[in-house]
Design a protein around this ligand. Structure first.
Ligand code: IPM
Ligand code: MN
Length: 329
């Protein structure tokens, strides 16, 4: 987070001053207070233009507490229905895929529905006949708004291609709702070429033919899984940025690295801050600072091209310094 803010300050220079409020949320706070995201904090956050979220989580906190109580609470409370996850293989970055694949696509992951809504329960807990349900919620309203957003993004890109990923051969109810809406909204975007893939097939093409993708739209859970795979084939999760967008601007959008907090290396100064820095670029673009966003991305691209031999010895703050120097110079 420190490196992300360093680069933000450096790229904005003296022309724009940023007022930041820091909130110490996450595992440490939960241990100290038992709180994840107090209502006052949620209220205060509404007064900000954007949120930059550091990776959270620690094995000492029971699974789900911070995920549901902090991260998902923010996404749901601020109606972050467009979870934007670009995947680009930067020059000089090694992909585990054979050859030199062209990878430059963006996953538009639905962010407020699907199995993430917490619509489920357990019966006969602790007995051999225990039953657990986790019902995926899909509304025409929720699907249509994210699908329309994805079409608009595809329309604005040179290749103008949009792929819907679902599993409508098995999840026939939700799958057909998605497909019907996808086809209907597509009539408004005649210039966009469309494609449909079942999610299992999509994982094959992520590895064998990633160049076939331009914009992908998919539900919350498929998007979660696919974007980790997308990160793995574009240099690793340490480079993957994301934006949780509230397109109407009623609530602040939130930008965060896709990765977790890597508690095994916490405090060692080894973590790569690049995903956070790229998330800062997304934040800048969201707020209309397009030129600054492009400068941050160019700095990351140049740094990645040169870093192959130095990264092993560089600390987190040295990488931040290198990127800050590039954007200001
Ligand atoms: C992500 C994460 C979260 C998700 C978890 C931590 C709740 O994996 O941002 O991809 O599943 O969305
Ligand atoms: Mn994830």
């Amino acid at each position: 987070m420190a490196e992300g803010l360093k680069v933000l300050d450096a790229v904005l220079g003296d022309d724009v001053s940023v007022e930041t409020t820091e909130y110490d949320l996450g595992a440490r706070r939960w241990h100290a207070t038992g709180e994840t995201l107090p209502d006052e904090v949620l209220e205060e956050l509404k007064g900000h233009d954007a949120i930059l979220l550091g990776a959270i989580g620690d094995p000492s906190v029971p699974s789900g507490v911070l995920e549901r109580g902090l991260l998902l609470k923010l996404r749901f409370a601020f109606d972050h229905h467009v979870n934007l996850r670009p995947s680009k293989l930067f020059p000089g970055v090694e992909s585990p895929l054979a050859g030199k694949p062209e990878i430059d696509f963006v996953v538009v992951r639905e962010g407020t529905e699907g199995p993430y809504v917490g619509n489920g329960g357990s019966l006969r807990t602790g007995t051999p006949h225990e039953v657990a349900t986790e019902v995926s919620l899909n509304t025409a309203f929720g699907i249509e708004r994210v699908v329309r957003d994805a079409y608009a993004r595809a329309q604005a890109r040179p290749r103008r291609k949009l792929t819907l990923v679902h599993k409508n051969n098995v999840l026939v109810h939700a799958g057909h709702l998605w497909k019907n809406i996808f086809d209907k909204v597509g009539e408004e975007f005649p210039e966009v070429t469309t494609d449909y893939l079942h999610v299992d097939a999509a994982t094959i093409f992520f590895v064998t033919q990633p160049e076939r993708f331009d914009v992908i739209v998919t539900d919350n859970l498929f998007g979660d899984i696919l974007t980790d795979l997308a990160a793995a084939v574009t240099g690793g999760i340490g480079l993957a940025a994301s934006g949780n967008i509230n397109p109407g601007g009623q609530f602040p959008s939130m930008f965060e690295p896709v990765h977790g907090s890597a508690p095994d290396i916490a405090g060692t100064g080894k973590a790569d801050p690049t995903a956070t820095v790229l998330s800062v670029a997304m934040l800048l673009r969201h707020l209309g600072f397009d030129a600054e966003a492009a400068r941050v991305e160019a700095a990351v691209s140049a740094d990645l091209a040169e870093r192959a031999d130095t990264q092993s010895t560089r600390t987190t703050s040295q990488t931040g310094d290198a990127l800050a120097a590039r954007v200001s110079g």
